[in-house]
Ligand binder design. Structure first.
Ligand code: RUQ
Ligand code: CUA
Length: 659
């Protein structure tokens, strides 16, 4: 058998010392750790008609969506449209969902979504909502678990590369969201962004945003903390004793603005920022900080009217650590750390020391002690830097090369991904020694244990989210789907059970016991609660109305016909709005609506729901329309015709179902 070569795509793999170290320590990976394939198959077998034990919620990365998998089977259950338009349902194309993608940069139909994060109660995922970040045009979305649909998207001003986002506090009081790229922020007006890039050190700043979550899940930016112009990479909130704190990794404390692979890899230590969000929130409530102009959109689904609305918020509250001492401290951390993860007891803060030979573990208790004793080794822009030796609790040796992310099993062990040495390393939270390791195929980024970043992990399975697929599946040309690997962590030795392909690039994922989410499901929308202004609740109300060159078609669907299904009197140059209400009151009976020459998408209308698509016919002719979702034995009969006459013609509006 040919040995598997681990090849680098990133230049920092070639940092010479690391490369030599990696090779001498690890060489090539051994054979897969499979006890027997029969055993493994049985462990992931979910018999036809049976349900998986866990929901796995995966980010879609550059697809901008979220995907839902069943675990342990690895079956792809659903794709939730979030930041990207989805022709499959009309999300982002229909008039009801377009406002969801509104930003101050205009209508943005795409993004790069990295980190799903579930709402928590008392530090445990509660199955209400799941949040996810948009990295490119900074936004955070909230998805409702009752219907697996995007319920809200808030834009984050004063941010660029919303990567350290969105991480919840233990009772979902706040979501943190830091900017990865620092940007010019003029201290006075925060407005002058047109500056020379070479003035980075002087003019560029970072922001750590805290989004307050209301009882119904509504998101509002409560405050932003102004921080030095480093890159803020990832975050996690504390828990238990550390629940009032949030932690953020930073790299590029060198404040380089070019060739970061080299220029931001010089310092032996960068920082984890520890933020006392509770204290900051109290100060803000007492009037600290100042309100600055920072227009940003909040888009939300109005459930009553079944359509999204956009509101423009003009300002945001900014607080400066210099004027508000005690809200933020820096913990020196080797070296360009990526992930930051807090163990289930809330006592340990693990930095993913990407370029470090050891995995640093800070102690929360020691951190508090060092703060009380003012045990500082310096300060940066008014932020005290704690003494490394005073806060570090352990340095895990041999934890792999290129360590990125850590999750926990709730049984006293931590699991860390090592990108370069392509493995998952299990270590003890008591001895801080490595107790097991398993190869992954290839180069894992994040990993996920259901509840693994909460106070109550379910330490049965681990999913490795690998960056490189290569030879794992039948080849599909130059592009291969990213590969996830399910690993059994219930015993002493980790055991690889299953590979399954994923969609887009799942960075992070979250898992939750299926029972918690199953209970909450809406099966259809009650027609009597549909207060959409363009809804029609019976065929008797269906009609076509002209208003200048706007035509509104109020249409219904029910197995297996449209009403009306013959429409005349449309003209070239018209803007035709089809408002389609699905009269069905039964689970899993959507109807589709597609019209020949439609330039955007179809509509997929759920039972009890109203959706609108704008159609601008380009030439005179008769255009068929039809239902796209095979809804009954007579689905093929579910069709109609729209007659379009030349511009200015006097064909009168008429419509009906043959009467
Ligand atoms: S970050 S692994 Cu967003 Cu680690 Cu991708
Ligand atoms: Cu309705 Cu097919």
């Amino acid at each position: 058998m040919e040995p598997i070569k681990k090849k680098s795509r990133f230049v920092w793999w070639s940092v010479p010392l690391i490369a030599v170290l990696a090779f001498t320590l690890y060489g090539c990976p051994s054979q897969q750790n499979l006890s027997s394939s029969g055993d493994a198959a049985q462990k992931v077998y979910v018999a036809p008609g049976e349900h998986d034990e866990f929901y796995g919620m995966f980010s879609g990365g550059y697809s901008g969506q979220m995907t839902v998998y069943g675990l342990p089977s690895g079956r792809h259950l659903y794709t939730i449209p979030v930041f990207s338009q989805a022709p499959v349902s009309g999300y982002g194309y229909s008039e009801e969902t377009k406002p969801m993608l509104q930003t101050t940069h205009g209508f943005i139909p795409w993004d790069d979504a990295h980190h799903p994060e579930m709402s928590q109660t008392d530090g445990v995922p509660d199955g209400r909502w799941i949040f996810i970040n948009a990295n490119n045009t900074p936004r955070v979305a909230r998805i409702d678990f009752s219907n697996f649909q995007t319920a809200e998207i808030i834009e984050i001003p004063n941010s660029a590369g919303n990567h350290a986002s969105p991480f919840v506090t233990t009772n979902t009081e706040y979501i943190s969201a830091a900017t990865r790229f620092s940007i010019p922020l003029d201290e006075e007006s925060l407005e002058n962004q047109d500056v020379a890039i070479s003035s980075y050190a002087e003019n560029f700043k970072g922001t750590l945003s805290f989004i307050k979550i209301g009882d119904e899940g509504e998101m509002n930016i409560d405050f932003q903390i102004l921080v030095p112009g480093f890159n803020y990479d990832l975050s996690h909130a504390g828990k238990g004793p550390s629940a009032d704190w949030s932690f953020f990794t930073s790299y590029n404390t060198e404040e380089a603005h070019t060739l970061l692979e080299r220029n931001a890899s010089r310092n032996d230590k960068d920082f984890i920022a520890a933020v006392n969000w509770k204290k900051a929130a109290e100060l803000v409530a007492e009037g600290a900080g100042r309100e600055i102009d920072a227009p940003h959109y909040r888009n939300y689904m109005d459930h009553d009217e079944q359509r999204a609305k956009s509101e423009l918020i003009e300002t945001v509250k900014v607080i400066d650590p210099i004027e508000n001492p005690g809200i933020i401290y820096y913990l020196p951390t080797p070296k360009s750390p990526h992930g930051v993860d807090v163990d289930p007891t809330g006592r340990y803060i693990v930095g993913g020391g990407k370029l470090s030979s050891v995995l640093p573990v800070h102690s929360f208790e020691k951190m508090i002690e060092a703060i009380e004793n003012e045990d500082f080794e310096g300060e940066v822009d008014g932020i005290p830097v704690l003494n490394y030796d005073s806060v570090i609790h352990a340095e895990v040796e041999n934890a792999g090369i290129g360590t990125l992310h850590t999750e926990f099993d709730g049984n006293g062990y931590a699991y860390t991904t090592a990108f370069i040495s392509s493995e998952i390393v299990k270590w003890s939270l008591e001895t801080f020694e490595v107790v097991d390791r398993i190869d992954t195929y290839y180069s894992p980024g994040h990993l996920m244990i259901p509840g693994g970043d909460s106070m109550q992990p379910e330490g049965k399975y681990l999913v490795a989210l690998n960056k490189i697929t290569k030879d794992r599946y039948l080849p599909t040309g130059p592009e291969l789907f990213h590969s996830a690997q399910l690993i059994d962590i219930s015993g002493d030795k980790m055991e690889l059970l299953l590979d399954f392909p994923t969609d887009g690039e799942p960075h992070y994922a979250q898992g939750i016991a299926a029972d918690i989410v199953k209970e909450r499901q809406i099966k259809f929308y009650a027609l009597e609660d549909n207060n959409h202004p363009d809804a029609v609740k019976s065929e008797a109300e269906t009609r076509v109305e002209r208003n200048g060159d706007e035509v509104h078609v109020y249409m219904t669907t029910i197995r297996s016909h449209f009403a009306p299904d013959n429409i005349e009197g449309l003209r070239v140059g018209d803007k035709v709005y089809f408002h389609v209400t699905n009269l069905e009151q039964d689970w899993d009976v959507p109807h589709g609506f597609a019209v020949l020459g439609a330039r955007t998408s179809e509509l997929l209308v759920m039972p009890g729901e109203t959706r609108t698509i704008l159609w601008e016919p380009q030439k005179p002719r008769v255009f068929p329309f039809y239902c796209t979702d095979f809804c009954s034995a007579l689905h093929q009969e579910m069709q109609g015709y729209a007659r379009v006459s030349p511009a200015g013609s006097d064909t009168p509006i008429s419509f009906g179902t043959g009467e």
